[in-house]
Design a protein around this ligand. Structure first.
Ligand code: ADP
Ligand code: MG
Length: 219
């Protein structure tokens, strides 16, 4: 589970992690006599599932609808369905999503336990001001695109500003003292190649290393 503020660099790190893990997977045979890779790697994000940013938007909904935010609930059902379809003790999933609610991370942790495979969280640390500036820049580009000033924006949609502010407000920091948020790995914006590779290596050890935690469903 990737976790972090909106427009904080999650997808950038998730793609770096995907590259790192795919190389490790390719170099990890099932056994000395079976050269087939032991693991398969899957990348799932709101973008791959065509979930728009607006599902997180509470600002456009009336007050009474807020407690039962149907669109976000539907999105979560879609995401957990997509994860469950592939996750196994041989199938790794990188879930590139804000993953900002602790109860949701708990749920995903339980899903992984149910198929006897470990989970972990990679938190992306980025100052609120920087993350906000990125969203504002994306909004500006989108506007230019709509007015025909530029041809196309990247594949990443901006959040409406009230939606963005609200997601920051609702963000529930991972807590490494809890089972569902551990092991917890962290990368900040400034972390360069060396540190990034070290963190990814530690993450690999936790989920696929010799000493990976054996998971029992009733623990
Ligand atoms: P998110 O997935 O959280 O919305 P993105 O990964 O799409 O964020 O990043 C937003 C922008 O910030 C992108 O244009 C990306 O190139 C840039 N960016 C993200 N992380 C870093 C970083 N660590 N160093 C430099 N630029 C970054
Ligand atoms: Mg992203």
């Amino acid at each position: 589970m990737i976790s972090g503020l909106p427009t904080s660099g999650k997808t950038t790190r998730a793609k770096q992690l995907e590259k790192f893990l795919s190389e490790r997977v390719a170099n990890t045979p099932t056994s000395p006599s079976n050269p087939q890779p032991k693991y398969r790697l899957h990348y799932i994000s709101d973008t791959t599932l065509s979930i728009p940013r607006s599902v997180y938007d509470l600002s456009t909904k009336p007050e009474h609808a807020r407690s039962a935010n149907a669109s976000e609930k539907d999105a979560r059902a879609k995401i957990s369905g997509a994860v469950k379809r592939v996750l196994s003790d041989r199938d790794m999933v990188i879930l590139d999503n804000p993953n900002y609610i602790k109860g949701w991370r708990y749920q995903l942790h339980c899903e992984s336990k149910a198929v006897r495979t470990p989970s972990c969280v990679l938190q992306i640390g980025c100052g609120v001001d920087r993350a906000k500036a990125i969203n504002e820049e994306r909004l500006r580009k989108k506007e230019e695109e709509e007015t025909g000033e530029i041809d196309e924006i990247g594949d990443e949609e901006p959040y409406s500003m009230p939606n963005w502010e609200n997601l920051v407000f609702r963000y529930e920091e991972p807590n490494p003292m809890t089972r569902w948020d551990s092991p917890l790995f962290t990368l900040i914006w400034e972390d360069e190649e060396d540190r990034t590779q070290k963190v990814f290596g530690d993450l690999w050890e936790a989920i696929a290393g010799e000493n990976r935690k054996v998971v029992k469903p009733n623990q």
